[in-house]
Write a protein that binds this ligand. Structure first.
Ligand code: HEC
Ligand code: HEC
Length: 235
């Protein structure tokens, strides 16, 4: 094979195996920050915890109250599927719809919804915060149904890959067995109990912590890590 063919082959290979994110570099970090805001916006922007229960939180869902009901994830789910996803039952069963219809919608529309009277976020966050949140909703939603079995919660990623990623990216902070962060449950426990939350954190990072976001890499890397976490000790 001559050099020219080799070069062509190389480019063909790199294009298929590393399909680059379809978003600009800046958009990817905005989406990840939007994901952290979606998780716990008041922690990310360093403002006081909201007082009282969110007015849109149904009174019938009385197992949760106070500031937690102001987090997007509490009403719309870690899987953005609301009543049709993991929050179809349990202490976050609100009957509220998910956000899947908003994939590919305009940011303007999503921002106006966040500022409407149901949501009431106007004045509570900056325009940059609203843009990041909207980018997450319109461009950053992942279809977790494709790799998390709803009933068993099991994830079928590549364990060998996942272990290699974990040991090189996560173990510094979380320890070889996922138990090194004080005040936090073992990663094995979290990943088995709530794989939807776990992949959200892997993709977007942890609000107000130095933990990295892996969103710029292929989604498969996060799935492989999640699978590996499910094999770690649960306590
Ligand atoms: C206390 C519950 C609650 C919280 C917290 C909440 N929402 Fe909602 N959201 C709703 C309800 C209820 C609707 C249904 C529409 C309506 O009744 O206005 C909705 C609808 C939406 C929609 C439109 C979905 C569609 O397909 O029409 C978007 C987008 C949205 N919310 C985004 C967000 C974002 C982003 C956050 C966090 C910044 C958030 N929501 C926090 C209750 C909530
Ligand atoms: C720079 C250090 C650092 C790195 C690297 C890091 N994390 Fe974290 N992570 C943290 C900190 C700090 C927390 C918050 C701990 C707490 O809340 O007590 C956290 C929280 C989490 C949580 C949420 C726990 C919860 O209950 O809210 C998950 C899940 C998680 N990390 C998984 C990972 C995975 C998987 C990786 C590798 C892809 C990783 N982390 C890499 C520092 C890190």
């Amino acid at each position: 094979m001559n050099i020219k063919n080799l070069v062509c082959l190389f480019f063909a290979f790199s294009m298929t195996s590393f399909s680059p994110p379809t978003f600009s570099a800046e958009e990817v970090s905005s989406i990840a920050r939007g994901g952290r805001l979606y998780d716990k916006w008041y922690e990310v922007i360093g403002t006081a915890r909201p007082n009282g229960t969110h007015p849109a939180w149904p009174a019938s869902t009385n197992r949760k109250k106070g500031s937690v009901t102001h987090r997007c994830k509490s009403c719309h789910g870690w899987d953005q599927m609301g009543k049709d996803g993991a929050y179809a039952s349990g202490s976050y069963e609100t009957g509220i719809e998910g956000l899947k219809r908003m994939k590919g919608a305009s940011n303007v529309k999503v921002i106006s919804i966040m500022k409407d009277s149901t949501h009431g976020y106007d004045g509570k966050m900056s325009e940059q915060d609203f843009t990041d949140l909207a980018n997450f909703v319109t461009k950053g939603q992942i279809d977790m149904e494709n790799f998390i079995d709803r009933k068993t919660k099991k994830v079928n990623g590549n364990l060998n890959q996942g272990e290699a990623y974990y040991n090189t990216i996560c173990a510094n902070c979380h320890g070889e067995f996922g138990m090194a962060q004080e005040g936090m449950h073992a990663l094995g426990k979290i990943a088995n109990r709530n794989p939807w939350e776990t992949i959200h954190k892997i993709q977007n990072g942890q609000p107000d912590e130095t933990m990295p976001a892996l969103r710029a890499f292929e989604l498969q890397a996060s799935i492989d890590i999640l699978s590996y976490l499910q094999t770690l000790p649960k306590n």
